[in-house]
Design a protein around this ligand. Structure first.
Ligand SMILES: C[S@@+](CC[C@H](N)C(=O)[O-])C[C@H]1O[C@@H](n2cnc3c(N)ncnc32)[C@H](O)[C@@H]1O
Length: 243
């Protein structure tokens, strides 16, 4: 798309969002301080703002001791996971290929600047060197959004998932113009179903990423939310086996 078209699209989205925000009622605040902080953060619309609360709630239910976040950037998801980690008494490992070392001040934060697939492949020895148990209770994947790379991430990281693990994938409904839960629009990009196709491969199912989905597949309970670029959450079912 040309620069002029992009600028016009951007202008249109801004005008539309201003109108939505003008008409929007402030949502009620929760009694929990973490939820309050996360809702306040989510009031600034980003590509992930609609899912911040879901990341926290789903993570909390896994009673995590170890959380791994793949893809940090400016730290929207890190903001959630450092709160989740503090609340749960967990260690948080965050990985990115670019320097995000100042994003968190959580005392049990382990920042690693590295290709995430490479780290996944040597995660046991990496944990051993830091006195960490290499069993991941919460895995969050939000990096390149490309099919081959997401497949490689799954292959490298799923063997480290614990029996009660939850694995969360962002950008499972990535598109050029996306709609947030509060009705505002954002501009993104089309990743040609990169992440959702990788999940289809591991789950052995076909996902219509434009619609909500709840089902069981390949040892996982699957919950897909198409809002705001999409978030798909996998929770282990009964047998606790790695598929
Ligand atoms: C969409 S951003 C992450 C957003 C972040 N989760 C948030 O909520 O603000 C994607 C990040 O993944 C990182 N990334 C891309 N490829 C990677 C790789 N192979 N290994 C580690 N990080 C990677 C990029 O540097 C970028 O910071």
């Amino acid at each position: 798309m040309g620069r002029i078209t992009n600028n016009l699209l951007d202008l249109g989205v801004r005008a539309y969002n201003a109108l939505v925000e003008w008409r929007r009622a402030t949502p009620p605040d929760g009694p929990d301080p973490d939820i309050r902080a996360i809702r306040a953060r989510a009031r600034v619309g980003t590509d992930i703002s609609s899912h911040l609360e879901a990341l926290y709630v789903a993570g909390l239910a896994a009673h995590p001791r170890l959380i791994v976040e793949l893809g940090v950037r400016g730290g929207e998801s890190t903001f959630v996971f450092e709160r989740l980690a503090r609340r749960s008494g967990a260690d948080l490992v965050s990985v990115d290929i670019v320097d995000c070392s100042t994003v968190s001040r959580y005392e049990r934060w382990h920042w690693q600047q590295e290709d995430d697939v490479g780290l996944g492949r040597r995660f046991r020895s990496w944990c051993e060197a830091r006195g960490l148990e290499p069993r991941v209770d919460v895995l969050f994947v939000d990096t390149s959004h490309l099919y081959d790379h997401t497949c490689a991430e799954i292959d490298a990281w799923f063997p480290h998932l614990s029996a009660r693990a939850v694995a969360m994938f962002h950008d499972t409904n990535a598109r050029k113009v996306f709609r947030r839960r509060d009705g505002t629009l954002g501009l993104g990009w089309n990743n040609h179903r990169g992440v959702v196709r990788a999940l289809e491969r591991v789950l052995g199912i076909r996902i219509d990423e434009r619609r909500p989905l709840t089902c069981d597949a390949a040892g996982w309970h699957v919950e897909h939310d198409p809002t705001c670029n999409g978030l798909t959450i996998l929770r282990r079912t009964g047998d606790g086996q790695v598929p």
